[in-house]
Design a protein around this ligand. Structure first.
Ligand code: AMP
Ligand code: MG
Length: 273
């Protein structure tokens, strides 16, 4: 089975995250992983170029993780090399009063990708069944309805020509501790620290349960979740790049027919000195 498929959650799976690996190199060593990552990125840049020219379909990549799970680094390494004209990244933090005055998808829908574009979500509408559920920010009767609403929303996007790939960067509790300690020690990482990092760590088990439900109930044929072992950075980048590359290959973008007849264009060009 290709690496890109190994971590996909089949629709209807009940996900218990304790059963999913966080540290898994699948027989690939670091130098091999780094070589394959470069190859994947090169292939992705060609595919993205064609997707941009084609302008018929779009790709949405949803990234979720516990704090220090490597979302920012994944965006830099895997999506950074693409042509920025056709890539958008949107990070969803705490909703503003303006956003809270609307339904939970209002702020999300404004950032779904236009045809030809790749859109990356750094956090997403899933926060509305994760932090919102764990911290009791709305009643159970409200969040429990959201799984079905999310599936319908994603089906709407899919029907409009958006390929959706959802990736959960699965980190162990111990690795999170190491990463947070590193954040405290290193001056260039310290700015990322937030009190929320501690409070969400303190509720680790509740988060794992909420994630398990979200990943299981919202992994569909048209918008599958992937659970990517993320304790080792090079392993995480390899697997994410494999998943995104495979999605772009399945989309199979094609250059459009040119708007002018080739011979006619050559003739016209020659006519004008
Ligand atoms: P960061 O991604 O580290 O910049 O942090 C963003 C913070 O915003 C995280 O603590 C998220 O859990 C929080 N957040 C994102 N979406 C929501 C939401 N819908 N409701 C409440 N908090 C959210
Ligand atoms: Mg943070």
């Amino acid at each position: 089975m290709p690496l890109s498929d190994q971590y996909r959650v089949a629709p209807g799976t009940r996900v218990n995250l304790a059963d999913w690996k966080t540290d898994d190199a699948e027989g690939v060593d670091r130098s091999e992983a780094e070589k394959r990552l470069s190859e994947n990125i090169l292939a992705m840049t060609h595919l993205q170029h064609t997707l941009y020219a084609e302008r018929k379909q779009s790709l949405l990549v949803v990234l979720q993780a516990m704090d220090a799970g490597g979302k920012d680094s994944t965006i830099r390494h895997v999506f950074g090399p693409l042509n920025p004209q056709g890539v958008r990244v949107e990070s969803f933090g705490r909703p503003t009063p303006d956003e809270l005055a609307r339904d939970f998808l209002w702020r999300i829908h404004q950032h779904t990708p236009r045809k030809g574009h790749v859109q990356v979500f750094n956090r997403s509408h899933y926060e509305d069944v994760l932090i919102v559920r764990v911290n009791g920010l709305v009643d159970r009767s409200v969040w429990s309805e959201r799984y079905a609403i999310i599936n319908e929303f994603e089906r709407t996007l899919s029907q409009a020509g958006t390929t959706i790939v959802k990736i959960f960067l699965h980190l162990s509790k111990q690795t999170q501790r190491d990463k947070l300690a590193e954040r405290l020690e290193q001056p260039h990482k310290r700015w990322k620290f937030e009190p929320e990092d501690f409070s969400s760590r303190a509720k680790w088990d509740e988060y794992m349960e909420a994630y398990g439900d979200a990943l299981g109930r919202c992994s569909t044929s048209y918008a599958p979740w992937h659970i990517v072992p993320t304790d080792r950075k090079w392993n995480r980048l390899l697997i994410v790049s494999e998943i995104v590359r495979a999605a772009l290959e399945r989309m199979d973008p094609q250059f459009p027919e040119p708007a002018v007849d080739h011979d006619e264009a050559v003739r016209l060009l020659d006519q004008i000195p």
